[in-house]
Design a protein around this ligand. Structure first.
Ligand SMILES: NC(=O)c1ccc[n+]([C@@H]2O[C@H](COP(=O)([O-])OP(=O)(O)OC[C@H]3O[C@@H](n4cnc5c(N)ncnc54)[C@H](O)[C@@H]3O)[C@@H](O)[C@H]2O)c1
Length: 241
């Protein structure tokens, strides 16, 4: 189950897991994006239109998966939104929406999934956080706080849900997705930003999906409660802000 699977990193995860032979469900608010994904990824079994912040709707999707699959064994909490505003200008509605989707949405989806994993054969949860949850970043206070929250969410769940369920977080730096194209519109600005990274470029979403596939696999059976940075070296020095 991949939330926010209609675009960017979530789409790359969906493609990776379908290619690896998994039965994949994506959950996303974007109906058109879901339809486009179904058209390009015929192996995708479920494309559910849902808002992760709507607990009743999330529960319906999991009930559908119970009927179809008898449960879920791997969850990516990947759906996320971002609001750009200085702290002095930020409005409370924006703050609440970002936390409702990025953090409370992850709570809803993880709880629905974990109850099933705990009652069944166990499973894996991977939360897509960000380096923005590890260092200060101006003008994205709600986003940064939501991503920092996901790291603590990861650690606490790992303690409560082990050994049956492993819980980890991925903390990407800049990944070239529609989210970045919305936030940094001009190609020149994107290139200037990428040039400052030790890697000299943004990540491709497939590179994040590769880490996700590893963390979900049995090769990572001894890894839980951790946050994995994949940022092209961004946070190795002082480039973050
Ligand atoms: N792109 C980056 O540089 C980057 C870096 C660090 C972390 N991340 C995180 O990775 C995740 C994916 O980001 P992306 O870059 O692929 O962004 P994206 O905007 O391309 O994709 C996000 C997806 O989430 C869906 N979504 C948004 N709100 C939702 C909701 N309420 N319920 C269900 N689905 C919802 C969107 O419709 C979209 O399909 C996000 O959590 C983001 O914060 C991205």
């Amino acid at each position: 189950m991949i939330t926010g699977g209609a675009s960017g990193i979530g789409k790359a995860l969906a493609r990776r897991f379908v290619d690896d032979g998994a039965r994949v469900a994506v959950l996303d608010v974007d109906r058109e994006g879901l339809t486009a994904l179904q058209n390009t990824l015929p192996g995708l079994e479920v494309a559910a239109e849902a808002d992760v912040s709507d607990r009743a709707r999330v529960a319906e999707v999991f009930a559908d998966l119970d009927r179809l699959w008898g449960g879920v064994d791997t969850l990516f909490n990947n759906a996320g939104v971002m609001r750009h505003a200085s702290f002095l200008e930020a409005d409370a509605a924006g703050w609440e929406r970002v936390l409702a989707v990025n953090l409370t949405g992850a709570f809803h989806v993880a709880q629905e999934a974990a109850r099933r994993m705990d009652a069944g054969d166990g499973g894996v949860i991977v939360n897509v956080s960000s380096v923005s949850g590890m260092v200060g970043m101006p003008d994205y206070v709600s986003y940064n706080v939501s991503k920092a929250g996901l790291i603590e969410f990861t650690k606490t769940l790992a303690l409560e849900l082990g050994p049956k369920i492993r819980v980890n977080a991925i903390c990407p730096g800049f990944v070239h997705t529609p989210l970045i194209d919305r936030e940094i519109a001009s190609p020149e600005d994107q290139a200037a930003m990428a040039a400052r990274l030790p890697a000299g470029r943004m990540a491709h979403p497939d590179e994040i999906a590769a880490l996700g596939a590893y963390l979900a696999s049995n090769a990572a059976a001894f890894i839980t409660g951790q946050a994995f940075v994949i940022d092209g070296g961004e946070t190795a020095g002082g480039l973050a802000s």
